[in-house]
Design a protein around this ligand. Structure first.
Ligand SMILES: NC(=O)C1=CN([C@@H]2O[C@H](COP(=O)(O)OP(=O)(O)OC[C@H]3O[C@@H](n4cnc5c(N)ncnc54)[C@H](O)[C@@H]3O)[C@@H](O)[C@H]2O)C=CC1
Ligand SMILES: NCC(=O)COP(=O)(O)O
Length: 323
């Protein structure tokens, strides 16, 4: 299998620590990955610079392979530095280019400090939007967070809640659900995906007495999907659709805004959740958490979500034939 490319993420965050933890957990079994980062930084495990991804497999059992890309400023744990932002972005771009060139099986991204990149002039609110621009596949990029017993897909992602609600249309919800259903069929091996579409308002609007959006926007999206043969139902009351009894009745929850999707999955399984971008020309996964600046450099970072992200990227690469 071709190696996976792991990006550095925010150098002042926990990226280097969880990369080291993931290598320790996977060195004997794979999947093989290499890190795009400054190899002169302190890592808690043996590291070895490589000149090309093809060298990663031979190095992997003994050391964390690193495609050495020097940082202009030595990172200080917990203190992001905009001077390092170009290198952070360049690592994402290079990982994508390596995938497109067939030299890496997929991209796994370490978390970025979004406000730091924005302050440095990065125009995209997150990886998802940037990857849609540089690795799009003719459809909008769709964020999915997946864990052992829940998959959630926010229709709107990195935007203020008032704007996200204003942007909701039946077409946007249906398009997101279609991309999700297709990915579940083609990449996750679910022959007949079942989608649960969340309502927006309390009690999914209580027959319009608590807001009309569920009747005017969400229900038409569900009708559109059902007419196309997609197994979708909703709008469902958002407060009960994530219960233990409800979760096994669907394969993905289509949620209307970021926190409606991410609160349940992070609450249930922060360590096992993986962020996947659907609708790209390449495989991309990421841990579900962020840069954890508050614990960076303390050795307390849990690499579990990154390990799950690496394993899922390898599975998806096999499903796509890029492994
Ligand atoms: N894919 C990405 O690039 C993502 C980036 N972020 C960014 O991360 C930054 C910080 O975001 P926050 O909301 O503070 O979320 P966060 O996930 O970084 O931290 C929330 C809490 O969880 C803890 N935590 C997170 N990951 C952990 C781990 N692996 N082991 C142990 N504890 C862990 C942190 O110490 C903190 O107390 C923001 O700039 C945000 O945009 C957030 C999510 C994903
Ligand atoms: N909260 C999830 C998140 O912000 C991930 O964003 P992205 O960088 O993967 O687009």
């Amino acid at each position: 299998m071709r190696p996976l490319a792991l990006t550095m993420g925010e150098p002042a965050g926990i990226g280097a620590e969880i990369a080291a933890g993931a290598w320790s957990a996977l060195r004997a079994t794979g999947p093989v990955f290499f890190l795009i980062d400054d190899a002169t930084r302190p890592f808690a495990v043996p590291v070895r610079p490589i000149a090309a991804p093809a060298e990663a497999a031979a190095v992997f059992p003994d050391a964390l392979p690193i495609l050495h890309r020097p940082l202009p400023h030595a990172p200080i744990a917990g203190k992001p530095d905009t001077a390092n932002a170009p290198a952070v972005i360049a690592a994402i771009t290079e990982a994508v280019d390596l995938c497109k060139a067939g030299r890496a099986a997929g991209v796994v991204t370490n978390p970025i400090q979004k406000a730091t990149l924005t302050a440095a002039g990065f125009r995209h609110p997150g990886h998802t939007e940037y990857l849609g621009e540089i690795a799009g596949a003719g459809v909008p990029p769709v964020m999915m967070l997946a864990s052992a017993d829940l998959r959630v897909v926010p229709v709107t992602v990195h935007e203020a809640l008032a704007r996200a609600i204003a942007r909701l249309t039946p077409e946007l919800i249906a398009e997101t659900a279609r991309i999700t259903a297709r990915a579940l069929r083609e990449e996750f091996g679910i022959a007949h995906p079942r989608l649960a579409v969340a309502g927006l308002n309390p009690h999914a609007g209580e027959a319009g007495t608590m807001g009309r959006e569920d009747i005017d926007i969400v229900a038409p999206a569900v009708a559109m999907l059902r007419a196309e043969g997609v197994d979708a139902r909703g709008p469902l009351p958002p407060d009960t659709m994530f219960t233990a009894l409800a979760r096994p009745t669907y394969d993905a929850a289509i949620c209307l805004y970021h926190d409606q999707a991410l609160i349940p999955i992070k609450t249930l399984d922060m360590a096992g959740g993986v962020n996947v971008t659907l609708g790209l020309s390449i495989v991309r996964t990421s841990p579900d958490h962020g840069t954890a600046l508050d614990i960076a450099g303390t050795g307390r970072a849990d690499p579990s979500s990154l390990i799950a992200a690496i394993r899922l990227a390898a599975d998806l690469a096999r499903a796509r034939g890029t492994a």
